[in-house]
Ligand binder design. Sequence first.
Ligand code: MG
Length: 407
Amino acid sequence: MSAPAPRRVWAVVPAAGRGERFAAPAVAAAADATAAPGAPKQYAPLLGATVVEWSIRRLLAETRIHGVVVVIADDDRIWPAVAARLADPRLQSAIGGANRQASVINGLRRLEAQAAPDDWVLVHDAARPCVTPAELHALFDALDAGASGAVLAAPVVDTVKRERDGRIAATVDRAGLWRALTPQVFGYAALRAALEAAAAAGVAVTDESQAMERAGIAAVLVPGSAFNLKLTRREDLGTAAKILKSEAGSMRIGQGFDAHAFGNGDHVVLGGVRIPYPRGVVAHSDGDVLIHALCDALLGALGQGDIGQHFPDTDPAHRGADSRLFLREVALRMRTAGFELVNADLTVLAQAPRIAPHRNAMAATLGADLGVPCERINIKATTTERLGFIGRGEGLAAQAAVLLDAR
Ligand code: MG
């Protein structure tokens, strides 16, 4: 006899809020146009993506989560692009209702033909992008240990005051008080019945566990992280960015190499600079080995393959192409992914021509294309002491190392 299969887990993310108070017109214009100016908070830009993308990615990273229903507003124009970027077959969407409660109910209805009554449903706020794998695993552990529901929560550690007319009216005993976070997980049928019963009774609940309390189902409190903040004010974006950076590590390293043979011609192009020389470079494009190595290093740091994938030499459009166009496109990819160049260290390997007279022009050219000061780009040159194909003057090569940091 095999053990019963673990109960499946679905996720519902209510993301239909308008959040007008959060919107600030000037901030939202990300280079990748992820969010329109004045977009609600779930679509505010955060480290090269939007807030809700971070929240959903955290859920999709869990293989135990079988499907994710994102509940959006009926006039949402931004979601299709976000869904395309997330590109996960487990993603579905539903149209939200008048409030969070109604939206979660709609999300649960979307799962009607897919979820078994005792499957788990995990409800997570769209505006909690910093939820961690450890928190999700702690919830799953509580469920696997027999809980009828599990709610991520944080004990209240501050002294709590009740206010009346702007003055302190009383001190509330904080013993036994917790702040309810998300995710919150309950059985599919039980949660749906509880939310629909609350709605039918005209009771507005502010989280799922409140509806479950009405139904007499007591969830387990699972201690969550102090960093699992719900973005409510615009300045919370900066805090969330710091948390995500510190937890994942925001730096990316990349390296690249390229070589080309000399052929007929009267110049070579290196670092975007035309250098007179009795020979040319055999290449499909302009043969700028320095830019090709740099593009490969940047793409490598981004985890986006190599220059040959993005600009194949079988494409006639790239015949004789100015390699700076490749570099500018790679720079755009870098910004779209939410990164900027910290520094690049580049080495030209050639017996000739001499690089030193052109070093400053190359750094200025590359810096302009990458949108950074030229001081961030160091260009070195070496011969190979007449050894090998470079030493024999048959060709030249370049190496690049780059460091990127999240913006
Ligand atoms: Mg090349």
